[in-house]
Write a protein that binds this ligand. Sequence first.
Ligand SMILES: *[C@@H]1O[C@H](CO)[C@@H](O)[C@H](O)[C@H]1NC(C)=O
Ligand SMILES: *[C@@H]1O[C@H](CO)[C@@H](O)[C@H](O)[C@H]1NC(C)=O
Ligand SMILES: *[C@@H]1O[C@H](CO)[C@@H](O)[C@H](O)[C@H]1NC(C)=O
Length: 632
Amino acid sequence: MSSWVKGLVYLLSALVCVGHLPAPLPTINTCIFDDIEPPDVLQKRQTYAHTQDVLREAGTHSHIPDVLQRSGTYSHTEDVSEGTRRTSDRTKRNTQTSDRARRNSRDLFQPLRITTWFHNIGSELGRAEQDSLRAVVQEAVGRITRALAVVPVQGPLVLGRNFTEICKFAVAANQPNAGKCSVAKTTYRGEICIAEFLIPDEHLEGFATWADTGDTPVQVLYTDGAGVADTDYILYVTAATTTRCQNDHSILAYASYCQLDQNNRPTAGYTNFCPVQLQGPGFDRDKFVMTAIHELLHALGFSKQLYGKFKDCSSSADPTSCPDRRDVVETRYGMNRITTPTVLNRTQQHFRCSWTDFGGPLEDRPTGVSSHWESRLMQGSIMTAKLGPPHLHTIDAVTLAVLEDSGWYRVDYTTAGPLVWGEGQGCTFGTEATCVTSDDWFCLGSSVGCHYLRLDKGRCESDSYLGACRVHKPQPGDECWKESSAPSTLQLELHGESYQEASRCFMSNLIKTGQGGPSSPAGRCYEHRCNSTGVLEVRVQGSPWVRCQFGSSIAIPGYSGLLECPPAGVLCRDVYPPPHTTATATTQADNCPTGNTQHNPPTSPPSCVPPPHTTPSHVTPSPHHCYSYNTG
Ligand SMILES: *[C@@H]1O[C@H](CO)[C@@H](O)[C@H](O)[C@H]1NC(C)=O
Ligand SMILES: *[C@@H]1O[C@H](CO)[C@@H](O)[C@H](O)[C@H]1NC(C)=O
Ligand SMILES: *[C@@H]1O[C@H](CO)[C@@H](O)[C@H](O)[C@H]1NC(C)=O
């Protein structure tokens, strides 16, 4: 696409979303145009331990149990028993080598190590804002690395240079140094991620020019960088008011991957946080953590540019060299869906749908393959295009299944949060043909009801992604669990409401006896409790605890009208506890006030490394360059 067409696409898609933003201050339901399409991405071979090494090690030193132990939460019970059997049953080893090698390859996986590299974040952020950004990124990285494992890179991770970009003439094919560069271009500026971030030379391989013959180069233009030790992925983080931030003030952050390894796994990524969003009293730490996780998941693999690069490692002895996975996205039942095996399994399980090609539904607005989940079906997932209040989103198992099916990661599903939306609702849930109704999930009109998780009230609304469907969306002040959201005492008393940690949203038309005629049902906040057998009770101001049988309507002493008990499945299930409203905990990043933080696997504490050497000044994108944003 030519750049002006891209610019037009961007403008149009921005309008689609911005047109639906109600207020100039989008503190809620912020539009995210966040997954940048890199034009072309360099691939560089990395060094990995090979399966054969592990087999050999196991044969001579019985190392397999150690390997399993080190892989900690990533070894499933099944693996452990297989590992035990393997070591105690060595005589049969040679008979089924390839099968064993394949199973053994799973043992190679270790928790993902991400090194975050903050570049120049002090140029636009004050000290406190920098600390906030570091804390946010570290928390996001911590949560991702707990969920994912990879075959670890051996030795330092060193990124590649684009030969075509740097070399003008190569040594002729009939010469001993054939293929090496003989004359370098003078225009080479370095490796730049999505035209914005200049990768530090110390993370890059060197470059030299050569004569036709000879073992030593004629001129070394760049010496080999030291790379980054103990790392599988480098995440570059900046906070600059770029063109992308200026073009759309609702963007919090955006991200892209920068390089891939020989198996297409991203080895470096870049994310920029728009400074204005980190500044001032409106800064919402939890929202930024969720945004950072969302961005990082794009840059690790959940990206429409990467679906086509996924690998099928199900029968490969070497998990760093697998065949391409075909048909990752297919159009089924009028929707683009991810139809890889684990995603199929997880979605079928979640919606309780037996269609074998049901798949993970991708966002259909705007048209085309999306890097986000369909909003109508995947409310609450971290990977929907629009993130609401952070306590209503989670890193769900369907999202993690995409990363597993990329072939690059093993996933610890115990780290996944519960996806409640649409649970067990069958194959036709959440289509525009079925959603125009008022039920436990969708609503009609613009009434005040309850968000489906019952933590908050919500106004019945649609947005650019929901299309014809409407859901109850919480606004600031709708949080039943938050004391500071409570309206005046007088207002509370009329309907017997209370705002506190144990309060949840119930539909009710209760009104204090003698205070007037019946009111119309609306979402209201009442204290709740669950006993150990999962029985729900509610208490309205001044009333005793009253049992609230799921799906029934009950009367409350001292009030006229009824209170509707929610359907089973959300309350008394211990999912979605209200977020902590107390001061935020200190984070690891607080130990690293300047420079960059080496992020180690969760088991070992982080250590601080010195700040980077001063690199050439930040590369600013040319003002005439237009970008295509992934809008959904
Ligand atoms: C390498 O550089 C050439 C020349 O600038 C460019 O056309 C190509 O897209 C680049 N390749 C990658 C993988 O970035
Ligand atoms: C999903 O996978 C699990 C474990 O392999 C299996 O027990 C279950 O039957 C599968 N579910 C579906 C719906 O395919
Ligand atoms: C839970 O409450 C129900 C109804 O009030 C009661 O029948 C049941 O015995 C209670 N269970 C426990 C363990 O207290």
